[in-house]
Design a protein around this ligand. Structure first.
Ligand code: HEM
Length: 266
């Protein structure tokens, strides 16, 4: 993260015509929601997924699903803040003036890349949520189910995640790599610009130091992501796990109630 970006803070501001007198407030809220709750959630989510490689993924996912008022937390703690950040982000993206072609400074490229990764993150998050929470299969392209547990409570979170990535290989894996790494870059770079937005890093030296912290955060999240994808692609799904998934799918198709899958599936 270099010192050129001191010029970035004013240039990233939304057009006053659009935001009018709320420009300052909206800019602060956009910045805040990008970090809390969205960015913090991203960190927890990627760390949980990393447990597929190094820990007890089933336990972590179960913990989340056992949280009281999960839907309420999701709506007010995640979907609305992401929706707000994304909606304003789209406006900023299409009303900002990137000048990466005129000045090939690293910071101008980062400005443009922040917007590109924002749009990619939006598309990815939409597909991810639509598939895992609303059960969309996108015309059968993403048709593997996710089950937390089998008919008798057997752990299935890792196996069904692995099936999803392996079954649609390489499409699903590419989608995860592009989508999650876009989120990671966007968040790490956003952390850096947010400190300017909030007036926390005024000097070039402070921006450099904070840049090192943001880079470390980005690298850690990138490692968590690589670990989770590697664990999913290399996990050997057993015949017993496949049989349980088939059984749950059959029961779902026939409307019979077995040990309920923890999430809307497919
Ligand atoms: C994983 C989800 C996301 C996270 C964690 C996140 C986080 C952040 C953070 C921390 C910032 C820095 C704010 C600042 O400089 O004050 C930011 C900026 C930005 N975000 Fe996001 N964001 C996410 C998704 C999105 C989406 C879906 C869009 C939609 C296009 C988007 C568009 C933008 C734009 C355009 C900026 C730059 C705003 C500016 O500097 O004027 N973001 N984001």
């Amino acid at each position: 993260m270099s010192a050129h970006a001191t010029a970035e803070a004013p240039s990233t501001a939304p057009t006053p015509e659009f935001c009018g007198k709320y420009h300052f407030l909206l800019r602060r809220l956009h910045s805040l929601t990008g970090i809390l709750p969205v960015g913090v959630f991203l960190c927890f989510h990627l760390f949980t997924n990393f447990q597929m490689l190094v820990g007890n993924f089933q336990h972590e996912v179960q913990f989340i699903h056992d949280m009281p008022a999960l839907l309420f937390i999701e709506i007010f703690g995640l979907w609305l803040p992401i929706g707000f950040h994304a909606a304003l982000g789209v406006v900023y993206t299409f009303t900002g003036v990137p000048n990466s072609t005129a000045y090939s400074y690293q910071d101008n490229w980062r400005y443009t890349f922040q917007r590109i990764t924002g749009i990619l993150a939006l598309l990815f998050i939409f597909v991810h949520v639509a598939k895992l929470r609303w059960g969309w299969t996108f015309g059968g392209m993403l048709d593997t189910p996710f089950y937390l547990s089998g008919p008798n409570g057997e752990p299935l979170a890792k196996a069904t995640t692995a099936i999803a990535l392996q079954h649609a290989f390489p499409l699903a894996a590419i989608m995860y790599v592009v989508g999650v790494y876009s989120c990671v870059y966007h968040f790490a770079n956003g952390l850096w610009t947010a400190a300017i937005t909030w007036g926390l890093t005024v000097s070039v030296a402070a921006q450099k130091r904070w840049g090192q912290v943001c880079t470390a955060v980005g690298v850690a999240l990138a490692i968590f992501t690589a670990g989770a994808i590697y664990a999913s692609l290399t996990y050997k799904v057993t015949d017993q796990e496949r049989a349980m998934v088939a059984q749950l799918e059959q029961a779902e198709a026939s409307g019979a109630s077995m040990e309920a899958p923890a999430m809307p599936t497919h």
